[in-house]
Design a protein around this ligand. Sequence first.
Ligand SMILES: [Zn+2]
Length: 481
Amino acid sequence: MSGAAVEYEPVIGLEIHVQLRTRTKMFCGCELSFGDEPNVHTCPRCLGLPGTLPVVNAQAVHYGIMIGLALGCEIAPRSQFHRKNYFYPDLPKGYQISQYDVPICGPGKLGEVRIHRVHLEEDAAKLVHVGESGRIHGADRSVVDFNRGGTPLAEIVTEPDLHSADEAREWLNLLRTTLRAIGVSDVNMEEGSLRCDANVSVRPLGSDQLGTKTELKNMNSFRFLAQGVKAEIERQTALLRAGEQVQQETLHFDPASGRLTPLRSKEQAHDYRYFPEPDLVPLVVTEAMLERARAELPELPADRAARLERDLGLSGERARELAFRPELGDFYEAALAAGGPQLDAVALANWIPPLVERIGSDADPAGSRVSPSALAALVALVSSRAVSQTAARDVLTLMVQSGDQPATIVEREGLGAIGGDDSGLAQVVAAAIAADPDAAEKVRDGNMKAVGPLVGYVMRETKGRADGGEITRLIREQLGL
Ligand SMILES: [Zn+2]
């Protein structure tokens, strides 16, 4: 080995469990609920009583197909449910009905990440650990809430195509946005309707072999996912640099301490003894079912981003910003429609971030005091040079506060652009040239970078109300260029 430091590359794959937004559970008629009294949505089937038989929820299958289509997956014409056997108090049957060797959706791709598979299964019940405050008979206990048991889940498994914690977070956001757009789930990480595990390994940069991976369980927010993956990448890289080996294990990330702790090995020593569920016939997806799912798919966020970039000339980054937060995309497109064909689509898009900055980064502009048509009117005032860029930012702040139309605010606050022949702008420009003859000389010699101090002088004197382009034009005119 040479003495040069080896660079390491992280390799990350994600496994995402998505609770489907059906009315009833996966294999019985109990209603789904969140936050209801414990154990009020149960029946002999989801409690696993002997003699009961499962019936597949058709809506869950429909949602599974929609997810597969949205992720570009091959839909299996015939798939199979299996029993995944393990004993745990949250699993009354002693097995989970899941899919094993033939899932409903095969390989696909979302963004730059390949999808390995998507399968349907049922959720386990919820174990609640009762501590000090809720002691039962004087002792700490764990109790089970069976309301969640049997909730339909889609498990989405990616290929290991991600290479940083930030990439993982961004891609998960694309997935969540996509699932929300197609309406199959609430995709709320805090409430557990979207849960993410990450498989993390590192390898020497340029290697095509995968290193030993660890599995990070159930990170329940985007921030914790990024923090946990980052911490694990750092831990593994440090081990390899020290000449040690990574152990294959399952880890729990504690966001409070930033520490990763192994889950006890007996909790992960699984032999699930999969076998085909004898109480269910194979799942056959007909052409009619595929057609119905295709018909219900809306424009997907990735497609919307591509359309905004292609048809309206937005930058890729701006297009994704708008498309991946549909409320921003909707507001933008409403403003674009209100502004008419002469409105500059790119200029309008550039005003969405300043608006978001002023209403709060998570807020929906539709709930703000600024209407789409008012934002379009502001952009039109800037485009026609009636208001300078700088002054328009102040106008926007006042629009957010008052809900008034931009023209009203410009009039009331005297924020209209200084320009035109009798505005006095020419005199201010002349004063700027007189105040900085060195800069003026450089500009005259063709060094346009030197124009900065002159423009800055005029901006200060006019309190930002003069139009930058108009100032430059007047400087050139007065210098005889
Ligand atoms: Zn039930």
